[in-house]
Design a protein around this ligand. Structure first.
Ligand SMILES: *[C@@H]1O[C@H](CO)[C@@H](O)[C@H](O)[C@H]1NC(C)=O
Ligand SMILES: [Zn+2]
Length: 507
């Protein structure tokens, strides 16, 4: 007997929410200046996690974040995650992780927003046009270190919650925050914290939202995958000390020659990884993926211009995107112990250590990659019949992360993007590594969605990083819209959700 009533219930609900929604959007529009001021205050704090001298600023940044969430009435904790050991054995206190909770209604979904408020280093002398810690508006772009990565997105999430509060509207979901201060140096201590709180803080979390990445083009995007990374050191050790090339050159087998020789066997000039077993482990590109890549807007000429090269490894879009996101690659980063100062020192270094990394994709396994690389380098080294000693170690082994872009979470993301930006998002992957995504997934088993609001040209980690006011403000609306979909009948009309919807209606 209840069924005929349903359409009218739906109508009442959606009318009420349409009204509520437009109020929220108006609220965001009329508070833009406040939001920019908040970002200015955060950017002014030099929360550089890589510089030990800036650690007091980093602690202050975490405290400022916690204070903001406390003022909003959240249940806030500053979680002690211990210390880090610096080279030389000095111990340094890690910035506490901020956790917060808004709402505790067991009949609602609980979402957890992850973000970070530490930054990469920046100095005016690096080539910034403006003081990196004095947020500067030029033509609607807000320049400052950390503006895009990740302070504005974190603030946008906070402001999304604040808008509901200011309008005395009930949050459609319970919202939790996990904000850390060591992301830029590898999220030290976060994995332990997540594991420790798996059955407490994270136990009622339904899914995790990460907004720590950017769009690919002028089109908004949803990110559904990231590459992992295995970082290697290959050390070749020979004579007991550095030697004069005039006196000893021609008599000793030089470690540097050995090292360059084996490094040159890792990858071919056209980008083919030569380590046996690596390419075989990569999941094949499906027709569906090929089609998706085909539909993505990607301006190759612009990309070349941005990085200042005349030729790329591939000349067509699908190959380029595929190799940026879903194929592994080897990059050689440097050689420790090699002479690199200005001038012409004629040294034969006695011990040199190459640093290289291999970006990981499904279905590679870092433990397997470690063995493949080590076995292969030792085998090519053995062929050289060198008396020098080779040691290969893997110092980072971060797995890739991949979500299903058809999952209801992503369907909700697409709906929210369409509503705010009036267009469909690009479904993209990220070539870089966001270890937290995979870590969350492995430890908590929860769904994850990446909802970026940074523009393609924000320049995170680079000089003149910026966040446009447009992206910051529309991004705040995107987050509100995404949360608000939980209120809205149509999201639950997805076949997979029709049941929870009825349960909710009649609860
Ligand atoms: C930031 O830059 C503006 C414009 O150049 C300047 O007026 C202001 O004093 C600067 N603020 C700080 C804190 O340096
Ligand atoms: Zn970041």
């Amino acid at each position: 007997m209840k069924l005929p009533v349903l359409p009218s219930i739906l109508l009442v609900i959606s009318t009420a929410h349409a009204f509520q929604y437009s109020e929220l959007v108006q609220y965001v529009d009329s508070h833009q200046e406040e939001y920019v001021e908040a970002l200015r205050e955060w950017v002014a704090i030099e929360s550089d996690s890589s510089n030990v001298l800036k650690r007091p600023d980093l602690h202050r940044m975490m405290e400022t974040t916690a204070q903001k969430l406390r003022q909003m009435g959240g249940t806030v904790e500053l979680v002690d995650i211990g210390e880090q050991e610096l080279p030389g054995g000095i111990m340094l206190t890690l910035p506490k992780v901020v956790t917060a909770r808004f709402g505790n209604d067991p009949s609602k979904h609980t979402v957890c927003v992850y973000g970070h408020v530490d930054i990469q280093p920046a100095k005016l002398e690096d080539g910034w046009a403006t003081d990196p810690y004095n947020l500067t508006d030029i033509n609607g772009n807000l320049y400052g270190r950390g503006a895009s990565d990740n302070k504005a997105p974190v603030l946008a999430w906070i402001h999304a919650v604040e808008a509901y509060q200011a309008l005395n509207m009930e949050l459609p979901v319970n919202v939790k925050f996990v904000i850390e201060g060591m992301e830029e140096t590898g999220s030290n201590g976060l994995d332990t914290m997540i594991m420790t709180q798996k059955d407490t803080f994270f136990s009622d979390v339904d899914y995790i939202i990460i907004s720590d990445c950017g769009w690919l083009s002028r089109q908004p995007a949803l990110t559904y995958g990231t590459r992992g990374n295995c970082y290697f050191l290959a050390e070749v050790e020979g004579p007991k000390q550095d030697l004069h090339s005039g006196a000893y050159g021609g008599t000793v087998i030089e470690p540097m020659t050995d090292l360059i020789g084996i490094l040159d066997t890792l990858i071919s000039p056209n980008g083919k990884i030569l380590i046996p077993g690596i390419r075989e482990a990569v999941a094949p590109l499906s027709d569906e993926e090929w089609k998706m890549y085909q539909d993505i807007q990607f301006d190759i000429d612009n990309y070349k211009k941005k990085i200042g090269v005349s030729q790329l490894m591939y000349s067509n879009k699908v190959d380029l995107l595929a190799h940026m996101w879903r194929y592994p690659t080897v990059s050689i980063h440097g050689i420790e112990g090699a002479f690199s100062d200005p001038g012409t020192k004629t040294v034969i270094p006695s011990k040199v250590t190459a640093k290289f990394s291999i970006r990981q994709v499904p279905n590679m396994d870092p433990a397997m990659v470690k063995r493949q690389v080590s076995d292969y380098l030792h085998s090519v080294f053995a062929k050289r019949k060198s008396p020098n000693k080779l040691k290969v170690t893997m110092v980072i082994g971060a797995k890739p992360w991949l979500a299903d872009p058809q999952h209801p979470l992503y369907e909700a993301g697409k709906t929210a993007v369409k509503r705010v930006f009036g267009m469909d998002p690009d479904l993209i992957r990220e070539g870089a590594t966001i270890p937290i995504a995979r870590m969350f997934q492995d430890v908590t088993g929860k769904g994850i969605i990446m909802l970026p609001i940074g523009a393609f040209d924000d320049g995170p980690h680079s000089q003149n990083e910026k966040m446009s006011q447009y992206n910051y403000i529309e991004g705040t609306k995107l987050f509100i819209t995404f949360l608000n979909l939980h209120n809205n009948a149509f999201v639950y009309l997805h076949p997979k959700h029709i049941f929870p919807f009825f349960i909710r209606i009649f609860k």
